[in-house]
Design a protein around this ligand. Structure first.
Ligand code: NDP
Ligand code: 8X3
Length: 260
């Protein structure tokens, strides 16, 4: 099967300062892509860019800031303006509690980032893809968008929204060569749980206790697989879990032969 080359392709990654986004940046750099890396922690983007060995344009960006998103895309330098691949990765969970006890500020942060932020970035970048008749949008969804779980109502709902947006977008783009994919992981060890528990590192550590979680690199490889399929193939959804996980909340925390 032929594999598309990513050499000199412009890849725009949100949330590139940590975890899955950072691993995607490294994976695309290894393929010779040109990168646009966005996140709020600019110092981390600078440190990352120094290690990549490919041209990179860095944007300190809060995807919740609608005006800033559109301005940043309009201000892309000529060499980075024609985005070929958008990885909508910026996202987070906040809290793990019953809906009727949840913190409304947490809800707003998740909805504004995971749903509205993804929409703003897509709305800013996709028209260029349509005009050029070339492009691929990869949304980082979650198993949480497929299996709603106890105490995770709003996070799960945001990821169900990502699933729904991916499905609709695929239909909106019918007749164009532009591809749309959602990569939907389960347990990946990143800063995700530390952010979810507002900096409680010990509680975050317990999420991965006794199980071998996926790594951000595992997810980046899946993203690479999706974007390097031949132009007539669209991977719509790619769901992946740790072998020791069967639903978001069903985790086997004992050794599994050949795994750990
Ligand atoms: P991390 O916390 O390690 O990384 C999250 C990234 O998102 C950071 O780079 C952060 O950058 C960025 N981000 C968060 N809020 C904003 C914002 N408002 N504007 C711009 N960037 C933002 O977690 P992961 O790598 O695990 O998470 C990446 C994606 O993967 C998320 O969408 C998450 O929901 C999803 N996911 C994660 C799973 C897991 O188990 N880890 C499983 C399934 C899906 P900064 O703070 O510098 O702005
Ligand atoms: C992150 C995975 O299972 O914690 O999306 O929701 S989970």
């Amino acid at each position: 099967m032929s594999r598309i080359s990513l050499h000199d392709r412009v890849v725009f990654i949100t949330g590139a300062s940590s975890g899955i986004g950072r691993a995607c940046a490294r994976a695309f750099a290894a393929e010779g892509a040109r990168l646009v890396l966005a996140a709020r922690r600019a110092e981390r983007l600078h440190a990352l860019a120094e290690t990549l060995g490919v041209p990179a344009h860095l944007i300190q960006l809060d995807v919740r800031d609608r005006r800033a998103v559109f301005q940043a895309v309009e201000a892309l330098p000529p060499d980075f303006r024609e985005v070929d691949i958008l990885v909508n990765n910026a996202g987070l969970s906040r809290g793990l509690e019953k809906l009727y006890e949840g913190d409304v500020d947490d809800w707003e942060e998740m909805i504004d980032t995971n749903v509205k932020g993804l929409l703003y970035v897509t709305r800013a970048i996709l028209p260029g893809m349509v005009a050029r008749q070339r492009g691929h949008i990869v949304n980082i969804g979650s198993v949480a968008g497929h299996y709603a779980y106890q105490n995770g109502a709003v996070y799960c709902a945001t990821k169900a929204a990502v699933k729904s947006l991916t499905e609709s977008l695929k239909q909106d783009l019918l007749g164009t060569p532009i591809r749309v994919t959602s990569v939907d992981p389960g347990l990946v060890e990143t800063e995700f749980s530390i952010v979810r528990f507002h900096g409680d590192v010990e509680r975050a550590r317990k999420v991965y206790e006794g199980v071998k979680p996926m790594t951000p690199e595992d997810v980046a490889e899946a993203v690479l697989f999706c974007v390097t399929r031949p132009p007539h193939v669209n991977i719509n959804f790619l769901m992946m879990m740790a072998v020791g996980q069967s639903t978001p909340t069903t985790v086997y925390r004992q050794p599994i032969p050949g795994v750990q």
